[in-house]
Design a protein around this ligand. Structure first.
Ligand code: PXP
Length: 238
């Protein structure tokens, strides 16, 4: 049965917009876990635009499911991960001005550096995953570098506006999932998944984990907005 990890970066981003102590990330994590998610994902970006360093030990201590830390393969981030010891590290590419993670990690071009970091993380008991495109060469290189899981990037699939293009992208992910599983890699998927496009991927038997954030937090705004306004109206009316 596949599992859902919820990325709560957007909750942290709301907090950082005003530098307020709220919304409380731990409260968000509690709700996510109570709703049935089996993991909490956060991306500690080099620019610290959402999750902050201090959030990590607090989450590590508080959550009852699994902590998946997304991060770039830099010395700083590896040291933080070794210190915090999340259940899983997902190595992702990171570019300074990108709006969100853009495409998969180029494992082929960075094999030595990725292999060295993977060995350090695994020696500390951390499960290591790479966020990659569903490309055979990247999957093979991931296996060579010692990854235990790969997260296949679903951005192109999610962004596809035409059914034909979406099906083409689905086929790439399905083939990638089969290939990765045949090498003994666990298969995860993520990026841009929402309430319309997740079901088709959930039909893939190889997929273990879904990593989804943006669509869930946006949905929560609309599910909660009526009550939030009604509560304030009551206060205003006295
Ligand atoms: N997986 C990875 C590697 C990501 O970088 C992100 C975005 O932070 C996600 C999954 C989740 O994507 P989304 O927020 O679009 O659901």
């Amino acid at each position: 049965m596949p599992k859902l990890n919820v990325n709560i970066d957007l909750v942290a981003r709301l907090r950082e917009l005003r530098k307020t102590p709220y919304p409380d990330l731990l409260q968000a994590a509690d709700i996510v876990e109570a709703a049935g998610a089996e993991g909490i994902t956060v991306h500690l970006r080099q620019d610290r635009r959402h999750i902050q360093d201090a959030d990590l030990p607090a989450l590590r201590k508080h959550i009852k499911t699994r902590l998946n830390l997304e991060m770039a393969n830099t010395e700083e981030m590896i040291n933080i991960a070794l210190d915090v010891k999340p259940d899983m590290v997902s190595l992702v590419p990171e570019h300074p001005n990108e709006v969100t993670t853009t495409g998969g990690l180029d494992v082929v071009a960075n094999e030595d550096a990725i292999k060295a970091s993977t060995a350090k993380l695994k020696a500390a008991g951390i499960h290591v995953s790479y966020f990659i495109d569903a490309d055979e060469a990247q999957i093979d290189a991931s296996k060579r570098c010692g990854a235990q899981s790969v997260e296949l990037c679903t951005a192109e699939y999610s962004d596809a506006r035409l059914a034909e293009k979406q099906f083409e992208e689905f086929e790439k992910i399905a083939n990638g999932a089969r290939h990765a599983a045949s090498l003994g890699l666990l298969v995860n998927v993520g990026h841009g998944l929402d309430y319309r496009n997740t079901t088709m991927l959930a039909s893939l038997p190889e997929v273990e984990d879904f990593n989804t954030g943006h669509a869930i937090i946006i949905q929560a705004v609309f599910d909660g907005l009526h009550k939030a306004v009604a509560d304030m109206v009551k206060l205003v009316k006295g």
